[in-house]
Design a protein around this ligand. Structure first.
Ligand SMILES: C[S@@+](CC[C@H](N)C(=O)[O-])C[C@H]1O[C@@H](n2cnc3c(N)ncnc32)[C@H](O)[C@@H]1O
Length: 299
């Protein structure tokens, strides 16, 4: 090992031990704190929009769909797509725009229990006026969703965290695939930013959330054939440090997945220290690594 790589390895190990210490402190503080306040549907929509607006991840996901999925779609008949946990459709409408370049007719179905997001999905697709795309959105949870057809493509983009039984959701999704259809799961690995969500998730729901590594183990245990790739993205977080209160709070709310303004002050301070520690200064930007893993399962 060269001198500089030894210094880097040692700095990484110090950082990793500090992040673990802070996570333990947050966990302990949360155990003694009052109940957490979850995000309302409207606040979730708002904070998610601000969060995605500062990350290049959706753009990279979109490019991935264009390169990896669009060429595989059936050329004949109607191509049927299901987006599970579609949210506002801000990503889906762009995916549909890419996919429709490759197919004659597209049926794009969204399902999401957040009614405000479903209304926004409806509006986004209507405004996009995509020729030859028929769309519909079901305001319900995936386990309650009753499909009227099978699908050539089923996407779960960052939605499995929220499902009480993600394994059952994956099994259901696979059963809904048409022959030759693809199940695409975008899900975060347990990296620095996402580890911060864990203690809040535990306190709010009394359970852990699953990360990409857990799904890999699940697919292996089920003997499912899959391909896995990493999409490296970054989240620009200067508002956390540079006094844009509103945007900084929205980013914190979305990362911790709670109303962070209702937390005890010591917990707020620990979150700020954690996010500062995992932030990187790069030219005039401050960012946090925001990777996502993608799994593709072909029926
Ligand atoms: C992080 S958002 C992702 C939205 C969209 N896929 C995107 O990438 O922009 C997760 C979505 O999953 C939805 N969700 C939560 N529980 C769900 C469930 N049981 N079934 C389906 N969707 C659910 C949430 O309402 C939320 O809109």
């Amino acid at each position: 090992m060269t001198n500089s790589s030894a210094v880097l390895a040692s700095a990484y190990s110090v950082k990793s031990s500090l992040t673990n210490d802070l996570l333990r402190l947050i966990d302990t503080a949360l155990k003694q704190s009052s109940d957490l306040v979850p995000l309302t549907d409207a606040r979730y929509l708002e904070a998610h929009g601000i969060f995605e607006g500062r990350s290049n991840q959706q753009q990279l996901i979109l490019e991935w769909f264009g390169n990896q999925i669009a060429p595989t779609l059936p050329q004949e008949g109607v191509c049927r797509v299901l987006s599970v946990g579609c949210g506002s459709g801000v990503l889906d409408v762009q995916i549909a725009t890419r996919l429709v370049e490759q197919t004659k007719d597209l049926l794009y179905v969204g399902v999401d229990p957040n009614k405000i997001e479903c209304e926004t999905f409806q509006r986004n697709f209507t405004q996009a006026s995509l020729d030859s795309v028929k769309f519909e959105v079901e305001p319900t949870t995936f386990d309650q969703f009753e499909a009227e057809c099978s699908f050539d493509l089923i996407n779960l983009v960052h939605s499995l965290y929220y499902m009480p039984d993600p394994a059952a959701a994956l099994q259901k999704a696979r059963k809904l695939l048409a022959p030759g259809g693809r199940l695409v799961v975008f899900h975060a690995p347990c990296d620095e930013m996402n580890s911060l969500t864990e203690p809040f998730w535990q306190k709010l729901y009394g359970r852990s959330t699953l990360f990409a590594e857990d799904f890999r183990r699940l697919f292996d245990a089920w003997h499912w054939n899959y391909e896995r790739a990493r999409v490296d993205a970054k989240l620009e977080v200067s508002p956390l440090t540079h006094a844009n209160q509103e945007v900084g709070i929205a980013l914190t709310d979305f990362i911790a997945q709670i109303d962070s303004t209702r937390l005890d002050k010591p917990v707020q301070d620990l979150i700020a220290r954690y996010l500062d520690l995992v932030s990187v200064e790069d030219e005039n930007e401050t960012h946090i690594s925001h990777p996502v893993d993608v799994f593709v399962i072909v029926e």
